[in-house]
Write a protein that binds this ligand. Structure first.
Ligand code: PHE
Length: 350
């Protein structure tokens, strides 16, 4: 690299003039081959080229000299670049300007997007938020008492069998587990709040299951809970009906049928009339005309009592649904394992 002493000696207008002329002569003598032209460019105009070095060394000149030499060096640079461009154009080699082919189609920028589960969760939450429900979240690593006992599922209860639990530590009196449902947030919320309560709780849940097209060991749930002094089953029906219309379309019919969950009484499952065949019967609804989308019910008195509330004073309803299942139904996705396989061919479709 040229030091300033060396730079100074060559940074006179005369020296620049000499350099330019010899560069020009050299260029004229060159054949048209792109490689040779490129070597010439590197020698004079490259990052460490002769002219570039002069331009770099200008800073160490006295101000008056710097102005004169700078002007000369810039003129020289423009001249050599112009000559090179002409030669490149003549030889058919694209130069700095010729390199831009304005007829090429533009390069598409790939836009980021939200995961289909996230999109569905956000839509569902928005529907409930609009009806006055507040979004809260809870821990994925949970105490056994919140996930089971306080939800009216004692240790010997058969309902525990259907929740194949992933245990973290079972040695203490109160085990630690990965929550199998978002329902523990019913208890946590009721414990720390005085009704009225209206919440929706999105979050990941885990079950120790063999996976197949409809079962994953990791999945989302959205829990809902409303507790106040005068809440009735009619409120449950009205709210969930409105939700179904917002998410599945304004003409949806809903159907409630008895179901059992230990922490509600009475318990129901809600179905909407098939939004593909409109109740006629098709593969999606397995010819029944209806599609089950969630479990719900009136909060069991034991749950209110466990959380420190008087079931004679307060009533409420709770519901729980799987957003992956809802996304599958809406988009015709045939395998729940797609959601967490991280295959872009799947994810970029949403
Ligand atoms: N937690 C239940 C499940 O995982 C769903 C549910 C939530 C049912 C709230 C009723 C009320 O199956």
């Amino acid at each position: 690299m040229t030091d300033s002493a060396n730079g100074n000696s060559s940074a006179t207008p005369q020296a620049i003039e000499r350099l330019t002329s010899s560069a020009e002569r050299e260029l004229e003598a060159l054949g048209g081959e792109g490689e040779k032209l490129e070597a010439w460019r590197v020698k004079y105009l490259g990052r460490r080229g002769a002219l570039t070095s002069i331009l770099r060394s200008l800073g160490s000149l006295p101000a008056a000299d710097r102005r004169v030499a700078g002007a000369a060096a810039n003129r020289a640079k423009a001249r050599l670049e112009g000559l090179l461009d002409k030669r490149l154009a003549a030889s058919g080699t694209p130069g700095p300007i010729g390199a831009i082919d304005v007829t090429l189609p533009g390069r598409r920028h790939v836009r980021g997007r939200l995961h289909p589960s996230t999109q569905t969760i956000q839509e569902i939450l928005a529907a409930f938020n609009a009806m006055g429900f507040q979004t809260v979240e809870g821990p994925q690593v949970e105490w056994e008492r919140y996930n089971f006992d306080m939800l009216n599922i004692p240790p010997d209860h058969p309902a525990r069998d259907s929740h194949d639990t992933i245990w973290i530590d079972r040695s203490g009196g109160d085990g630690i587990l990965l929550r199998t449902q978002t329902s523990p947030m019913q208890v946590r919320t009721l414990e720390s709040t005085t009704p009225p309560v209206r919440i929706v709780v999105p979050g990941l849940c885990y079950r120790f299951e063999a996976t197949d097209a409809t079962h994953e060991w990791q999945f989302h749930q959205i829990e809902g809970l409303a507790v106040d002094t005068d809440i009735t089953f009619a409120d449950l029906k009205g709210t969930l009906y409105e939700f179904a219309r917002r998410i599945f379309g304004p003409d949806r019919k809903v159907r409630f049928r008895c179901d059992f969950f230990p922490f509600v009484e009475p318990g129901v499952e809600m179905a909407v009339d098939c939004f593909k065949c409109f109740g006629q019967g098709c593969r999606l609804c397995k010819q029944t005309g209806y599609i089950e989308i969630l479990g719900a019910g009136m909060v069991h008195p034991n749950v209110l009592r466990n959380a420190g509330h008087d079931p004679e004073r307060y009533t409420g309803y709770a519901f729980g649904m799987g957003p992956e299942r809802i996304a599958m139904l809406r988009h015709g996705i045939d395998d729940i394992r797609h959601f967490f396989a991280n295959d872009l061919r799947f994810l970029t479709q949403f």
